[in-house]
Design a protein around this ligand. Structure first.
Ligand code: DGT
Ligand code: CA
Ligand code: ZN
Length: 579
C-alpha cells in the first residue's frame, strides 16, 4: 500500500463525511483534512511506522491513526464501508455535477428517489426538478446543460483519468512484484492518455500464470468479481470502475500489450500493414508465412519495439496510437521530433504556501525542483484578485526577497519571481501594469465566471493575451475533467492572438485538468503557437505531473521546438526578456 493509496482513502473519507454531515466545516471534516495534510508531508513508507509513530504525524489523532492502520493491514476501512452503504459511489458522483451539492443530492434522493445519474436524467426529462422546492426551472436547465457538457449523460459511463490512473498505477506497481512476473502495464485508453476511460485494462506477463491469477483475484480493492479465470480476471472496485486483467506468457507480452492498448483503429491499421508485407499480426505475435504458405514462423512478440521494428516502422508510443496519421509517418520513419519528458528544463507554473491553496514552503518547493535537475523555475503564486488564495503587493514583495535569498544556494537553477495572474470576467488582471512589470514571468489563467458567451470569453482571453505583462496562458478553459465544463472559446481567434503577442499556451499536467486538451494542442501546434508544459504544483509531491503534461503534449503532436520550457536556459531567458 503506497502513501498515494492512503491519501485517496482519506479523500474518500472526507467526501463521504461531508455528505453525511452536510457541512464542509464540521469538526470531523476539519480533523480529517488536517490529518490528510499531515500524511501528505509524512514519510512515504507509512507501513514502517508503529502505531505510536502514526499518531505523531501532524494532525493525526488516535482514531484516524487506527483507520490508517486498518487500511494498511486489510486494504479497507470499516467506517468507509458503512458510509458507502449509505451513499453508494454512483450516488456520491452526483455531487460532482455543477449546481448539485451534498444537500441537494440528498433532497433529490428523499423527494424523487434519485440514486444515480440515470435517475436524475429521467427526472430532468420529465421536468420533475422544477417543481421541487429549492430548485426551479432555471436550476433544472442548468443541471441538464452541465450533464450534457460534461459528456456523462450516456449510459456507457466513463471515468475521468484522474480517478483511473492512480488506481491502475497502484495495481501495476503491486503485481509487477509478484513472483514470476516479467512485466506488467495498464493498456487501453488509459495508456493512450485519453481524458476519460470506460475501464482499466491491465496486461501481465508471467511464467507462472495461475500463481499470479490467484494474487490478482485476492486484491483488497475488489467489490464484485465478474470473471475469475486464470488468464482473464474482471472485477469492479468501489467507484464502479471495472478492471480487466489479462495474464500472458512473458514471450507474448509485447504482442498482447500492442493489441490491448489499441486504439482499435490503430491495431487494425498495423495489422493491415503486416498483411501488405505478407505477415500476420495478432495478440500472440507477428508471424511470417513460409514460402509454401503452410506455416507461420514467429518474427517478433516479446516487445512492442521489436514488432514495430520488424515492420520497418519507427516505434509509435502509446499516446500517439489514435490512427491520426502516426502509422503512416512511422512507416516512412518520419515521425516528427515530439517533446519528451527528458527534454524538460523547468517548471513555470508552481505554487508555494504563499498561495492560500499551496501546501509546501518555498524552501521545500525550490529544493524539489532542484532535485529534478531543472535549470530554471518560475514561482507563480496567486495574485491579489484571487480571494483567500492570493497575495497583496506587500506580501508579494516580501516573497520576492525570500526567493532572491534562496538563489545563491542554487547556482544551476535560475529562480524567477513569477505570478499566476487571475483573468477577470472581462480580461482584467491583478495589481496594475507597473506592479505586474516587476514579475520576471507570469502565467495568466481563468478561475471563475465559466458561464459567459463564447464571444465574451474569447474577448476576455484576447485582452489577457494582449497585456504586455503576460508570458503564458494557464489551464486554458478552467475545466475539471468530468466535473466542471470549461469556458467555450473561438480557438482560431485565441491562436491568432497567442501568435501575434508571442504568448505561450500552457499544457497543465494536473490529471484533473490536462488543459489545453490534446486536440487543442494539435491545432495549436499546426498554427505554430508556442507551448509550455507545467505541473501547477501546490505541494512538493506533485512534480511528477510533468509526465502527464508531456504525454498530453505528445498526443497533440507537440514538437520540441515549440515548447519554451524545453529550451536551454539562455534561449528561454532571452525570450522572457530577463536580464
Ligand atoms: P475505452 O475502454 O472505451 O476507454 O477504450 P479502449 O480503447 O480501452 O477500449 P477497450 O477497453 O474496449 O479495448 C481495449 C483495447 O483492446 C482496444 O483499444 C483495442 C483492443 N480491442 C478491443 N476490441 C477489439 C476489436 O474488436 N478489434 C481490435 N482490433 N482490437 C480490439
Ligand atoms: Ca479500456
Ligand atoms: Zn496555479
Amino acid at each position: 500500500m503506497t502513501k498515494t493509496a492512503v491519501l485517496a482513502m482519506l479523500d474518500e473519507l472526507i467526501a463521504l463525511t461531508i455528505l453525511d454531515e452536510e457541512n464542509v466545516q464540521s469538526f470531523k471534516v476539519r480533523a480529517y483534512e488536517k490529518a490528510r495534510r499531515g500524511v501528505e508531508n509524512a514519510t512515504d513508507d507509512l507501513p514502517a511506522l508503529s502505531d505510536t509513530q502514526l499518531t505523531k504525524i501532524d494532525g493525526v489523532g488516535k482514531s484516524t491513526a487506527a483507520k490508517i492502520r486498518e487500511y494498511l493491514t486489510i486494504g479497507s476501512v470499516e467506517k468507509i464501508d458503512q458510509l458507502r452503504k449509505k451513499y453508494p459511489p454512483e450516488f456520491v458522483a452526483l455531487s460532482n455535477i455543477p449546481g448539485l451539492g451534498p444537500k441537494s443530492i440528498k433532497t433529490l434522493r428523499a423527494k424523487l428517489s434519485i440514486n444515480n445519474l440515470a435517475d436524475l436524467q429521467t427526472a430532468i426529462d420529465s421536468q420533475q426538478l422544477r417543481e421541487l422546492e429549492g430548485f426551479g426551472a432555471t436550476s433544472e436547465e442548468k443541471i441538464a446543460k452541465a450533464i450534457e457538457r460534461l459528456g456523462i449523460s450516456d449510459k456507457n459511463r466513463r471515468f475521468p483519468i484522474a480517478d483511473a490512473l492512480p488506481l491502475a498505477q497502484a495495481l501495476v506497481d503491486r503485481w509487477i512484484e509478484v513472483e514470476s512476473v516479467s512485466d506488467a502495464t495498464f493498456c487501453g485508453s488509459l495508456r493512450r492518455m485519453n481524458e476519460t476511460v470506460a475501464d482499466i485494462d491491465i496486461t501481465i506477463g508471467a511464467s507462472n500464470g495461475p500463481l499470479v491469477a490467484e494474487k490478482v483475484r485476492s486484491s483488497p480493492e475488489i467489490t464484485e468479481m465478474l470473471a475469475a479465470g486464470d488468464t482473464k480476471i474482471s472485477f469492479l472496485v468501489a467507484s464502479g470502475l471495472q478492471v480487466d486483467v489479462r495474464i500472458v506468457s512473458p514471450e507474448q507480452f509485447g504482442a498482447a500489450t500492442l493489441y490491448f492498448t489499441g486504439s482499435k483503429a490503430h491495431t487494425i491499421a498495423i495489422r493491415q500493414l503486416a498483411l501488405q508485407q505478407n505477415m500476420l499480426l495478432n495478440e500472440y505475435g507477428l508471424f511470417k508465412k513460409t514460402d509454401d504458405g503452410k506455416e507461420n514462423i514467429l518474427v517478433a512478440s516479446q516487445t512492442e519495439q521489436a514488432i514495430y521494428a520488424a515492420l520497418g516502422c519507427d516505434y509509435v508510443a502509446p499516446e500517439l496510437r489514435e490512427a491520426s496519421g502516426e502509422l503512416e509517418a512511422a512507416a516512412k520513419q518520419a515521425l516528427p521530433d515530439f517533446i519528451a519528458l527528458t527534454d524538460m528544463k523547468g517548471d513555470l507554473h508552481y505554487h508555494t504556501d504563499r498561495s492560500g491553496d499551496g501546501r509546501s514552503s518555498v524552501e521545500e518547493m525550490v529544493a524539489a525542483a532542484a532535485a529534478k535537475g531543472y535549470s530554471y523555475l518560475a514561482i507563480t503564486d496567486h495574485g491579489e484578485d484571487l480571494a483567500i488564495n492570493g497575495s497583496n503587493r506587500e506580501q508579494m514583495l516580501e516573497h520576492r526577497d525570500k526567493i532572491a535569498a534562496l538563489q545563491p544556494s542554487y547556482p544551476n537553477m535560475t529562480l524567477l519571481f513569477g505570478c499566476e495572474l487571475n483573468i477577470g470576467p472581462d480580461g482584467g488582471l491583478d495589481y496594475d501594469s507597473d506592479f505586474r512589470a516587476l514579475f520576471d514571468y507570469t502565467v495568466a489563467s481563468v478561475h471563475s465566471h465559466f458561464d459567459q458567451s463564447v464571444d465574451k470569453q474569447t474577448q476576455r482571453l484576447y485582452n489577457a493575451i494582449a497585456d504586455p505583462s503576460v508570458h503564458s496562458i494557464g489551464h486554458l478553459t478552467g475545466r475539471y475533467i468530468g466535473k466542471r465544463p470549461g469556458i467555450e472559446l473561438d480557438m482560431q481567434t485565441v491562436f491568432d492572438a497567442l501568435v501575434e503577442h508571442d504568448v505561450a499556451l500552457e499544457i497543465n499536467g494536473s490529471l484533473n485538468r490536462l488543459d489545453a486538451a490534446s486536440d487543442v494542442v494539435r491545432q495549436a501546434t499546426e498554427r505554430g503557437v508556442k507551448l509550455v508544459i507545467n505541473t501547477d504544483s501546490h505541494h512538493k509531491s506533485e512534480l511528477g505531473r510533468m509526465e502527464y503534461g508531456v504525454l498530453t503534449a505528445r498526443r497533440g503532436w507537440a514538437t520540441k521546438d515549440l515548447v519554451v520550457n524545453s529550451w536551454p536556459r539562455d534561449k528561454f531567458l532571452t525570450w522572457i526578456g530577463y536580464n
